[in-house]
Design a protein around this ligand. Structure first.
Ligand code: NAD
Length: 259
């Protein structure tokens, strides 16, 4: 699944799943732009610690590709426009956009402020829209234009805080509309829906919650960023050229909901 000489933007690629995605795309030969609000990888408190190198340093060391960090808040349209412009200036085009950056606020709806609600929607859903909007002219110019959106099992089953689940469900339908709009230009748009993945996002969960999540995952381990990254790399590759508007659960069976 070569992505040799392709250029990818991965949002939220300093830590967690985004970092794993950046690593897999670089392994396949892609140059990667890391778009994140922070450069240093966040550490996972409850599992094995990550490598401390920023992703844009790690990728050239490990895979011999080029990588750049561009400080970007995906909810800020001016920053997003500047990110896409800088990418195209540096690498001469854009082939793959991975909308991965996401946040979660664990608060009951009755206690949640409007600002908390709005921030989750702005980052998770509006960020996906803004990146896509600014990337589209360049993706349509590519002969292998790809958008891969990172949603969540919570898009289907809820239970992760109302704005989070709503934003993740929104991403599924945003993907379908984009897939329709971009089909004639042969740009594909797909969603991956991770289950429980060991990343810094899990730091906010207590031990009982983590145990419950592991118990609800039928496969005998919870997920790792590479599990999601493998699915993203597939959608980004030539092998997935006739797949668009699709959703792929990467959840170790979590959403089956048996037992
Ligand atoms: P994480 O918190 O470990 O990493 C998220 C990264 O996004 C961080 O580097 C952070 O700095 C960056 N980020 C946050 N806000 C940003 C913004 N406004 N602009 C740019 N970057 C920003 O999270 P993760 O677990 O790796 O999650 C990645 C994606 O996967 C998210 O969309 C999340 O909802 C989704 N997801 C995660 C899990 C899981 O179990 N970890 C499950 C389902 C879906």
């Amino acid at each position: 699944m070569s992505l040799q000489d392709r250029t990818a933007i991965v949002t939220g690629a300093s830590s967690g799943i985004g970092r794993g995605v950046a690593d897999r795309l670089a392994e396949a030969g892609a140059n990667v732009v890391v778009a994140d609000v922070r450069r240093e990888p966040k550490q996972i408190e409850h599992y094995e610690r990550e490598d401390d190198r920023p992703t844009d340093e790690m990728l050239p060391d490990e895979h011999g590709v080029e990588a750049r960090y561009v400080e970007t808040d995906v909810s800020d349209e001016d920053a997003v426009a500047a990110l896409v412009e800088a990418t195209v200036e540096t690498f001469g085009g854009l082939d793959v956009l991975v909308n991965n950056a996401g946040i979660q606020v664990l608060e009951s709806t009755a206690e949640m402020t409007r600002e908390q609600w709005q921030r989750v929607i702005d980052v998770n859903l509006t960020g996906t829209f803004l990146l896509s909007k600014h990337a589209i002219p360049h993706l349509t110019a590519s002969d292998q234009g790809r958008i891969v959106n990172v949603s969540s099992v919570n898009a289907y089953i809820g239970g992760a805080g109302a704005p989070y689940s709503a934003s993740k469900a929104g991403i599924v339908n945003l993907t379908r509309d984009l897939a329709l709009e971009l089909a004639e230009d042969e740009v594909t748009v797909n969603t991956v829906l991770p289950g429980v993945i060991q990343t810094p996002m899990q730091n906010q969960n207590d031990e009982a919650t983590r145990e419950r999540q592991a118990e609800k995952t039928p496969l005998p381990r919870v997920g790792e960023p590479r599990d999601v990254a493998n699915a993203v790399r597939f959608f980004a590759s030539e092998d997935a050229e006739w797949i668009t508007g699709a959703e792929l659960l990467v959840d170790g069976g979590y959403s089956i909901g048996g037992y």
